[in-house]
Design a protein around this ligand. Structure first.
Ligand code: HSE
Length: 429
């Protein structure tokens, strides 16, 4: 049995530094769990001169990442540098050199996951990425292992902490979008470019990773229909609350008629649904399975500490296999299911219309719904005269029918404005 397992770190930012600190702080327990010490033997950084508050000797740092992935004394590579390149090339080099890899890189795995899963399989090494989805929330391993025997039907998640923080502030403090975003940035929740958060790219990458595991599907972030939260207004949130809903940026993946439907968009969700109470920068993933029913995972989706804990869990798992033999559950995305186009998905919808307040208006509006095969579930008029609005919620309808309805409503003279619309995720779906 080896005395120690050699670790190489690619990147020593917030997450990398937390990994090093936590491995040192819990060395005794981790050694017991693994059956050998975990030793960080090399750390690749971009700038060797930068001051780092970590418990590692200067001698382990290098600015040559290739030296780390080719070091024969290193068995496990932890990639926490982020981005597509050079992370992709370094991971492939590590696999080719027979090393196991742990990665927190949602962008890379969400874009090129299949290439990496297949390369790890060919090299007969492990590739683990719990930290790539929802930070400290265990979801990748539960899907791969605990729920491996389940036929997962749907995943509904809040996978982005920044947008959940913004929507929470808008809802609870009536804070404007821009102010809430600035707070989220100051608190360090957002990506360097917050577009990834507020336009849903970050959640789409995470959703595609979860869908690829849950449905054994060969899907990527670009397959996910995506709308961000920049058009959500304080008025939408107030109307939603009056109707008994909370507004969340939902990431939804489901099997429909043998196809995989994936989407990220703001949605109204009943205030009684467990996801409605997920506040601030927290993440949650609601999994629906054939036998297990509903299971929810909840916790800190961002930040150095939570993410480092997920990385270390993966390192311990892989190191135990190195010491004691065996291997983790492989993930190859061999499925051939097609991605279902967004216009073929079904949902309930909310729509807010500013209308002329005169006889026959409701009849014309409801005729447009009938013509487009969208059934009205509830309708409420607010205000009178020039201030009149209709707030309508539909029964479950086909996306393409609802989009056609919006076009038809915009062409009606008595509809002054289609002020806003939003999907409603509810038990009816
Ligand atoms: N910017 C991300 C978020 C960080 O807000 O959730 C974790 O991936």
């Amino acid at each position: 049995m080896a005395d120690a397992v050699g670790i190489g770190l690619l990147g020593c930012g917030i997450v990398g530094a937390e990994v090093a600190q936590t491995l040192a702080a819990h060395e005794k327990e981790i050694t017991q769990r693994v059956g050998a010490r975990l030793e960080i033997r090399k750390v690749a950084v971009r700038n060797l001169g930068k001051d780092r508050n970590v418990v590692l000797p200067d001698s382990v740092f290098t600015d040559n990442a290739t030296d780390v992935v080719s070091d024969p004394d290193i068995q496990v590579i932890i990639e926490v540098m982020g981005g597509i390149e050079p992370a992709r090339t370094l991971i492939l080099e590590a696999f080719a050199a027979g090393k196991h890899v742990i990665s927190a890189n949602k962008e890379l795995i969400g874009t090129l996951g299949k290439e990496l899963f297949d390369a790890a399989d060919r090299a007969e090494v492990e590739f683990s990425f719990e930290a790539a989805v929802a930070g400290g929330v265990p979801i990748v391993r539960p899907l791969k292992e605990s729920l491996a025997g389940e036929s997962v039907e749907r995943i509904v998640g809040i996978l982005n902490g920044t947008t959940n923080y913004i929507l929470t502030k808008m809802s609870e403090e009536e804070m404007e979008f821009g102010e809430a975003l600035a707070e989220a940035q100051n608190l360090g929740y957002s990506e360097l470019d917050p577009t990834a958060d507020i336009e849903g790219f970050d959640a789409a990458a995470k959703l595609s990773i979860l869908a690829s595991i849950a449905f054994n599907a060969n899907v990527v972030a670009g397959d996910v229909y995506r709308e961000g939260i920049t058009k959500v207004t304080l008025a939408d949130i107030a109307f939603a609350e009056n109707l008994g809903y909370a507004v969340k940026l939902l990431a939804i993946a489901e099997k429909v008629d043998g196809e995989i439907a994936m989407r990220v968009h703001p949605a109204m969700i009943p205030a009684t649904h467990p996801l409605a109470s997920v506040r601030d920068n927290l993440n949650a993933i609601f999994v629906e399975g054939d036998k297990v029913g509903e299971v929810m995972f909840y916790g800190r989706g961002a930040g150095g500490g939570p993410t480092a804990i997920s990385v270390i869990g993966d390192v311990i798992d892989v190191a135990r296999h190195i010491v004691g033999g065996g291997t983790g559950v492989r993930h190859a995305s061999t499925g051939t299911a097609k991605v279902r186009p967004m216009n073929k998905t079904r949902s309930q919808y909310y729509v807010l219309l500013r209308i002329a307040d005169r006889p026959g208006v409701l009849a014309q509006v409801s005729q447009a719904f009938t013509d487009n095969d969208v059934s009205i579930r509830s309708v409420l008029q607010e205000g009178f005269g020039d201030e009149a609005s209709l707030i309508m919620v539909t029964h479950t309808a086909l996306e393409q029918n609802f989009q056609a309805l919006l076009t038809a409503l915009r062409h009606l003279d008595i509809v002054e404005d289609v002020v806003s619309s939003m999907r409603v995720q509810s038990a009816e779906d």
